[in-house]
Design a binder for this molecule. Structure first.
Ligand code: COA
Length: 153
């Protein structure tokens, strides 16, 4: 059997806030809410990471499309962290925050919170990601993002 090279792990990311919160954030835009279905789960009952990634891409695109006032494409997933597993029955809320507007690109942070245990609801941050979108023409060529009078949120 070939030897697996020992590759160093990437540095651990700082945790700026606890994963478990009492309530949903009010300092960023709620762009999507969705409840995963059993068909989105694997045999262990956890929701597939790919399903969550697709929803995060959609959520970030809501903000990017609004700011770009036209067609956008996803260029890069700069960071994606699954902090906690997601289960069937979790109500997921996707919050987007504008990070950067370039000439043709828009970079967005997305945080995903799960509300679970309806009898005694608690909120858990399950995922966070950073994505870059590019504003494009109908032909798919990068175009300038319109000026943002109030770039925050
Ligand atoms: C996105 C796309 C139009 C960019 O075309 P391009 O000719 O490479 O564009 P540019 O080199 O001019 O870069 C465009 C912007 O992306 C930024 N960019 C390029 N590579 C990047 C990277 N790896 N990470 C982050 N930003 C990047 C550039 O800095 C530029 O931003 P700015 O204008 O704000 O400075 C082209 O790569 C594409 O069509 N990709 C496929 C998109 C797609 O199919 N997505 C999935 C479905 S939506």
């Amino acid at each position: 059997m070939p030897e697996t090279p020992n590759r160093p792990l990437p540095p651990r990311l700082p945790r700026s806030e606890p994963d478990e919160m009492l309530r949903l954030p009010d300092d960023r835009q709620l762009v999507l809410r969705v409840m995963p279905m059993p068909r989105d789960a694997n045999g262990g009952g956890d929701i597939f990471g790919g399903w969550i990634m697709a929803q995060v891409d959609l959520a970030g695109a809501v903000l990017a499309a609004r700011l770009s006032k036209g067609r956008i494409v996803t260029l890069a997933v700069n960071q994606f962290i699954f902090r906690q597993p997601v289960s069937v029955g979790d109500l997921l809320s996707f919050y987007a925050r504008l990070e950067r507007v370039g000439t043709t690109s828009i970079t967005v942070n997305v945080e995903v919170y799960a509300e679970r245990n309806p009898a005694d609801i608690h909120v858990v941050k399950v995922t966070e990601a950073n994505l870059t979108y590019v504003a494009v023409t109908a032909e798919g060529v990068p175009r300038p993002v319109p000026p943002q009078p109030d770039a925050a949120n």
